[in-house]
Design a protein around this ligand. Structure first.
Ligand code: ASP
Length: 589
């Protein structure tokens, strides 16, 4: 730094008459001939450097040679600025530069470092280190760091101990595909990268640590979406001598503290709760966005004897007829728009979409001719529709009506732009334990197989698995699943029963998690925990809708990282060491 030592960050410069030293990147140079202004930027903001007649000629020359993204250090005296800029914190002052060092020159960057950019994301990701110079991204990552800090503060204060668990492990049964790491020493064997530290944190409870926390990196080889990255961070925790209530209460405390400290937002406790069943019935989703209503209404009773075959046959086949109401939407949801929605619901499994569009005095309804006297009025009454509204109806098995209306509810709300800003938290409790898989005609665990069934359901394990619910809970924020967790099975015999119900053979149990099963034979306090998605939390708290905006070096859709080019081919030698040979890719014809 050629003899200068920074005294202030750019965004913090203040105090007219102060002598300051700042360091940063050149945002912009304005050369007016006998006057030069340089906007100098660091992660805290921008300050204006001023050079004029009174500036030493050598320094003035140096300033006139500066370009965007040059790295400078400047010493000078703070003075009031002539033309003030109210948009920035230091907009009333400037630094009358007395000494200037050019610490690094910079090539012209492939895109301008500005907040509002329409440069395509691929180019930005290729030069991510330049992209990350943009204030918006810096602010996101700074907020993410604050979230991590509050998490550590809160859980440490509540007696949690941070313990690292290994990255190279035996595969964990979380249900996604593993990323594998070949072993050089053990011919033909692989480690898996953890999908979460699930088994290890349970072992830490068995070991008596009582309360564990870790900001854990998790790896899942799944198809990527905006809210999914192959590697992500989870605020992972586990507690002993607890039941569901204790865990929810502890974590609500964190949420309240976090939102107050980071966003100065008051979150009222206790957070609302819905059972899985109610969430599905009312919102058609186990992660409903409850910032708006548009709840699903069951009209099966009203239409079960009507003359409309689509409705009656759905009910006769054990299904239902359900509706949502788009309030005041009759004008914007034209016939054409409703046709598009019909295509949409067909794309996600429904046979069609019935509707009532009430623009004029009389509602328009294609199936009205199949209804008896007063039946349409009864339907409109039941769903709470009025003139100006549109009623959208799906008739099918519940497995179709509920999720389809759930998805439609979201789509329509977005289209009508009726979702208010804000943070709506919701606990979803009492998840079903098993999921019936029609393809294999068997029951699969909806969570990992160590999840504890609700006490009153244990009796149905053998006889009626569909009735078994789990001591499992999710925390949902604005329709995004933020966190999931459960109470674990700590009873060796019950665990064996669960494995049997899941159709796992003794050999499979032994091979997959024999060590964990063994551990429970030595006594374990009741325990449970959860993992809170740090990335998703940061995404929502910073007001973004992609994890890439809160991940320093994210991967794109096909799981590659554009800057470094990972994944890449490795040397033949490395492969030989690992006894791996690459099978040529099958060509699609
Ligand atoms: N391991 C679980 C998950 O990753 C969280 C938990 O049950 O604690 O979703």
């Amino acid at each position: 730094m050629q003899g200068l030592k920074r005294t202030h960050y750019c965004g913090d410069v203040e105090g007219i008459g102060n002598e300051v030293v700042v360091g940063g990147y050149v945002q912009k140079v304005r050369d007016l001939g006998n006057l030069i202004f340089i906007d100098l930027r660091d992660r805290t903001g921008i300050v204006q450097l001023a050079f004029d007649d009174s500036t030493d000629r050598e320094i003035f020359e140096k300033a006139s040679d500066c370009h965007s993204e040059y790295v400078l250090m400047a010493k000078g005296v703070v003075r009031e600025r002539e033309s003030k800029n109210t948009a920035i914190k230091t907009g009333n002052i400037e630094i009358d530069v007395k000494d200037l060092r050019v610490l690094a020159k910079a090539q012209t960057p492939p895109f301008e470092i500005v907040d509002d950019t329409n440069v395509n994301e691929e180019l930005r990701l290729k030069y991510r280190y330049l992209d990350l110079r943009r204030k918006v991204l810096q602010d996101n990552l700074i907020m993410r760091s604050k979230i991590a800090k509050v998490a550590r503060d809160y859980y440490y204060e509540n007696g949690f101990i941070e313990i690292e668990t290994p990255m190279m492990i035996k595969s964990t049964p979380e249900g996604a595909r593993d990323y594998l790491v070949p072993s050089r020493v053990h011919h033909g064997k692989f480690y898996a990268l953890p999908q979460s530290p699930q088994m290890y944190k349970q072992l830490l409870m068995i070991a008596g640590f009582d309360r564990y926390i870790q900001l854990a990196r998790c790896f899942r080889d799944e198809d990527l979406r905006a809210d999914r990255q192959p590697e992500f961070t989870q605020i992972d925790l586990e507690m002993s001598f607890v039941d569901v209530e204790d865990i929810l209460e502890m974590n609500e405390g964190f949420i309240q503290r976090l939102f107050k400290e980071v966003l100065d937002v008051d979150v009222e406790l206790p957070l609302p709760r819905l059972t899985y069943k109610d969430a599905m019935e009312r919102y058609g989703s186990d992660k409903p966005d409850t910032r708006f209503g548009m709840e699903i209404c069951d009209i099966s009773e009203l239409v079960k004897n009507c003359g409309f075959g689509v409705f009656t046959s759905a009910i006769e086949n054990g299904g239902s007829v359900r509706a949502i109401v788009a309030k005041d939407a009759a004008k914007s949801l034209t016939r054409k728009e409703i046709d598009k929605l019909t295509e949409y619901v067909k794309g996600i499994g429904a046979k069609g979409l019935a509707f009532v569009r009430w623009v004029d005095d009389e509602p328009t309804c294609a199936f009205a001719k199949f209804l008896g006297e007063g039946e349409l009025d009864a339907i409109l009454n039941k769903v709470g529709a009025q003139k100006g509204d549109v009623v959208l109806i799906v008739a099918d098995k519940n497995k179709v009506t509920l999720p389809v209306l759930g998805a439609l509810r979201l789509k329509v709300a977005k289209q009508l732009d009726i979702i208010p800003e804000g943070f709506n938290f919701l606990w979803i409790t009492e998840f079903p334990f098993f999921e019936y898989d029609e393809d294999t005609d068997s029951w699969l665990a909806m969570h990992h197989p160590f999840t504890m069934p609700m006490d009153e359901c244990i009796q149905y394990l053998d006889t009626d698995p569909g009735k078994v619910t789990a001591k499992a809970y999710d925390l949902v924020l604005n329709g995004t699943e933020l966190s999931s967790g459960s109470i674990r099975i700590t009873d060796y015999e019950l665990q064996q029963k669960m494995f049997q119900a899941l159709g796992l053979s003794d050999e499979e149990i032994e091979a997959k998690f024999g060590f964990l099963v063994e551990a429970y034979k030595y006594g374990a306090a009741p325990h449970g925990g959860m993992g809170i998605g740090l990335d998703r939390l940061a995404m929502i708290m910073t007001g973004n809708d992609s994890l890439r905006d809160v991940t320093a070096f994210p991967k794109v859709q096909n799981a590659s990282e554009l800057m470094s080019g990972a994944p890449n081919v490795v040397d033949e030698e490395q492969l030989q060491e690992l006894s791996i040979s690459i099978i040529p890719e099958k060509k699609e014809n």
